[in-house]
Design a protein around this ligand. Sequence first.
Ligand SMILES: [Zn+2]
Length: 375
Amino acid sequence: MAAAASKPAIDRLRQQVSELMMIPGLSGYEGRVRRRIAGELSALGFASRTDRLGNLIATLQGNNSAPSVMLFAHMDQLGFIVRKIEASGLIRVERLGGVPERALPSQAVLLCIEEGKDVAGVIANKSHHATAPEEKYRVLPYPELYIDAGFGSAADVLSAGIDVGTPVVYAPKTIAMAAERIAGTSVDDRAGCAVMIEAARRLKTISSRPTVHLVFSVEDEFNLKDAVTAAQALLPAIAIQLDIILATDTPDMTARGDVRLGGGPAMSLYSFHGRGTLNGTIPHPALVQLITATAREENLTLQRSAHVGALTDSSYVQLVHEGVAAIDLGFPTRYTHSSLEVCDLGDLEELTRLTVAAIARIDERFSLNRDDYLQ
Ligand SMILES: [Zn+2]
């Protein structure tokens, strides 16, 4: 049984996640999200800096005899890039990231030009009355899709500031649901960013802890590697990534595991992506032991996840320098990469508690020596 979540923390997380999800931030175009998060950190009294790729880094100095920790979450979201503007004013796009083509027709989108000048559009869906029976159950590949933003000519599109290369995201949206659940356009991973900010607020009050580098990373949905440059600069001993964990409690997911939405934070024991990347994360045993013991002592239910098909930046971050002990922690999420992903605020609050309490337990005696562990 999980300990009761704190109501003010849930309220702060609700507001933070909702506001972050309303800010567009396609991979490579995270500036607006970054400015917002830098402002939040500054309000908490933390200075931050941005590296050349766009990663936002804030270091909270601590006990330097304990192994240092890089705690990170990605700011970017998946979406599209304008590929071609038709003479008719309709717009064709390339996918950026793991965009599910099955869930695209009829979606609202936002063409991102600059704050105040963004243009709304829809991904067209062929009129139902003209859809032949054999077309009804066919998924259209993205080159067949087009965006209608209301323009009547290519010249009109260009004069609105839209050109080849313009970033496009799902139209930002948040929906408050029953039972402290929330749906939104980029739960992945603005919810992780919100947890990081809440964790920063609590880490500030903990005097006995290692140095913690907070990294809000870029381009996870594009290449999974931009957090590597932050790790190369910071050389942490430990890396903890906060991101989505697949919820498997819907009828279409039951064979994949027992991760329940609202069932508490989750730890990934295995991730792998065999399509091209050939990478994944098998967590360091010291961290599995630390997270398991922390959850038990904090009276938090810890869920376990093992999946092929998804991975995070931690796969690459762990390969930096002499090796970084890495683990993926997260919150159960439904309908991943669709325009409305769903998470549970109680899970986010408990993930915050778990993360902060685990970090506070890392002292100079904490061993990352493989020979100190049975496996
Ligand atoms: Zn993610």
